[in-house]
Design a protein around this ligand. Structure first.
Ligand code: NAD
Ligand code: TYD
Length: 353
């Protein structure tokens, strides 16, 4: 059945993988990608979709309710998959207001627009909110992984803003009956990730023989999931998930930062034809992040048991694919690190018209 789906934040890391996945696997759907193109949005991630007839890009802010109403009216939106957010913990420590603005008020603006347009007929409508495992706070070593029933206990301004947005999504379901679904996912890795996050930043630094700033003692643990497995999970939940439900998505793949960094060094050195251990000397322990969560780990058994999801890529394979992608796409990295990528919208969308 044909659907008009609004994906927000589709020019970012996960969003661009999801948009490509959905445009290709659902040619009968009309995918509208709304993205403000902040520093994290990069239309070059979506280059291969430029001639697709079931794909439309709109540059705009999720906080702009007039624009949202116009899009719902113009495209007859019947599904929303909401990813647009400020997403980097270190930035949230420096500028919490930007996170409250986009993550909380932006989500609220979208919820209210969906409610106004859908309230007379919720049939066939769905508001899917993409969230993070960081809302659950931090686990001690040996504690059971987060389930969907874990208490919300966010510590960073980023996770606090995502927690607040999750609460608003549930409030719109419980108060107004808006059909919603939420997923909370662990750390993603893969191609097209902005090189401020651990994995792409460190691949780039190893390549250029630059120091690798390891926060604290590198003992924090993250549960890593290949981004394409996340995109497939979102598609599955969007189509088969139960309205009002929450699904945890995780890799079952916990790594202490320092062990992951040593593994990354090993792969990058090997791929560059360097002697094993060449880049170990780049490891530099630096002051810890304020409020640094010790450990995240996700129990995704609800998603596995009820919807039959499983991840398709194991970590060795996923990390090698990821390293190869960054090493064989130096132009992408260079355009991002130089800031040149931000002219792409101008070049491709404005000058062409
Ligand atoms: P990202 O920072 O790479 O991309 C965010 C996108 O949102 C960018 O394209 C940006 O331009 C856009 N955006 C920001 N503010 C906007 C606004 N006001 N209006 C419209 N667009 C705006 O983020 P990501 O890593 O792809 O994460 C996507 C979503 O998934 C986020 O909601 C994040 O909380 C969640 N998430 C991320 C991870 C992860 O490991 N990266 C894990 C779990 C959940
Ligand atoms: P990050 O990729 O920022 O994701 P998140 O904070 O959302 O988990 O960081 C992953 C882990 O790596 C986290 O424990 C912080 C750590 N880290 C460093 O040690 N050095 C760095 O330069 C960065 C960016 C992260």
């Amino acid at each position: 059945m044909s659907k008009n789906i609004l994906i927000t934040g589709g020019a970012g890391f996960i969003g661009s993988h999801l948009v490509k996945y959905m445009v290709k696997s659902h040619p009968d759907y009309n995918i509208i990608n709304l993205d403000k193109l902040t520093y994290a949005g990069n239309l070059e991630n979506l280059k291969e979709l430029e001639n697709k007839t079931n794909y439309t890009f709109i540059k705009g802010d999720i906080c702009n309710t007039e624009l949202l109403s116009d899009l719902f009216a113009r495209y007859g939106i019947d599904g929303v998959i909401h990813l647009a957010a400020e997403s980097h913990v270190d930035r949230s420590i420096r500028d919490p207001f930007a996170f409250a603005h986009t993550n909380v008020l932006g989500t609220l603006s979208l919820l209210q627009t969906a409610l106004v347009f859908w309230k007379n007929d919720f049939e066939g409508k769905l508001f899917y909110h993409v969230s993070t495992d960081e809302v659950y706070g931090s686990l001690d070593t040996g504690e059971e992984p987060f389930t969907e029933r874990s208490r919300y206990e966010p510590h960073s301004p980023y996770s606090a803003s995502k927690a607040a947005s999750d609460h608003f999504v549930r409030a719109y379901h419980d108060t107004y009956g808006l059909p919603v679904v939420i997923s909370n996912c662990s750390n993603n890795y893969g191609s097209y990730q902005f090189p401020e996050k651990l994995i792409p930043l460190f691949i780039n630094n190893i390549k250029h023989n630059k120091p690798l700033p390891v926060y604290g003692k590198g003992e924090n643990v993250r549960d890593w999931l290949f981004v394409e497995d996340h995109a497939a999970a979102i598609d599955l939940i969007f189509h088969k998930g139960t309205t009002g439900e929450t699904y945890n998505i995780g890799g079952g793949n916990e790594w202490k930062n320092i062990d992951l960094i040593r593994k990354l060094i090993e792969i990058v050195d090997r791929e560059l034809g360097r002697e094993p251990g060449t880049s170990d000397r780049l490891i530099t322990f630096v002051t810890d992040r304020a409020g640094h969560d010790l450990r995240y780990a996700i129990d995704s058994s609800r998603l596995r048991n009820k919807l039959g999801w499983s991840h398709s890529v194991d970590f060795d394979e996923g990390l090698t694919l990821t390293v190869r992608w960054y090493l064989t796409n130096p132009e992408w990295l260079e355009r991002v690190t130089s800031g040149e990528y931000q002219n792409y919208y101008q070049e491709m969308y404005i000058n062409r018209k």
